[in-house]
Design a protein around this ligand. Sequence first.
Ligand code: MN
Length: 375
Amino acid sequence: MKTLIIGAGSDLGVHIDGAHIGPVQLASDLQSFYKGDKLSFIQDESILKSRNLSDRRKNEYDIDKFNTSVYKAIVDNYNKEDIFPILLGGDHSVAVASALASAKKYTDIGIIWIDAHGDFNTFDTTITGNIHGLPLAAITGYKNHELRYFHDGNTINPQNAVVVGARSLDPAEKDNLRYAGVTVFTTEDIKTRGVDAVMNEAFEIATKRTKGVHVSFDLDVIDPSLAPGVSVPEFDGLTVEEAMAINKNIVNHFDHVVSYDLVEYNPLRDIDRKTEQIAINLIAQIIKNAEKKDKYGKIDLTQHQAEQYKIKIVPPKEEQTETNPGFKIVPPSEPTPEPTPTETITQPPVETPQPTVEPTQAETPQPTLPQLDRL
Ligand SMILES: [Mn+2]
């Protein structure tokens, strides 16, 4: 099936900056090997973001405006041809648009929400007022109708909604989840039962009497020591192998999967592009299976971009210390009564031989990022 990549560059749902540039960065990484259709939505720069944590209706109207555009575009494309939408966030509030677009198209779908958080708060129960903590409730029709004014189809039955990897749930949010009837598998469940046992059960629940499953993958499910590039990190998360195994399980159930989100990648919080590397491999795996093509293997981002943009990876210069100032000053053999600076330095810095340190992964500096093309 043809894929459609939707870059949803909004961070209006969280008080931390950065998630809005996630899709631009990921799309830039994808452009050398992904030749399919792309759409791009960038948060209007004129919108001032509310950081007031006591504001429970923070950015509600701007998020509604943004999601309305994303929703309409996905539905329009669904009406034109057979597509598999892949939405790149953006904070998780953008998933209201993608999940409900698929609910509109397929009428009756389930949802698997892979996330350290439940994202099941309401405007009444939210502690932070960050709307990225409310989308799953909105998608399953549990209050939060303010977040789906644009939607003209069914919401997703909460009985077909499954959260996978949760480890940070607010007390009132837990009540909401129980009351609505959403199944929650915690990070602990994954650690004790294993990825496949949990995911197979998640698919059983999400596919029961439905016509497909929307998958929404929040990168914060991974431990922040391995994937620090998210806005709200939670410790004791999944390993990269577990995250990839979840994706593998999704691929094994691909006959049921109708659309996929990868959200919360925050380049401003990333370290050594660790999160970006994971994100791009998760997406590549999904594109490969949606398009049933083998051309996307494992992607090494540093190498990949170096080749793509012909960036020379330069080994770091030896650290300049007092004993190794980085260049050699040879004192005059005879004391010179009135030396001038040009005479004392007999070997200028440019003549210093290059250090012979072998570049290694850890020592390789980040290549200068190319000018990012928007989608
Ligand atoms: Mn989330």
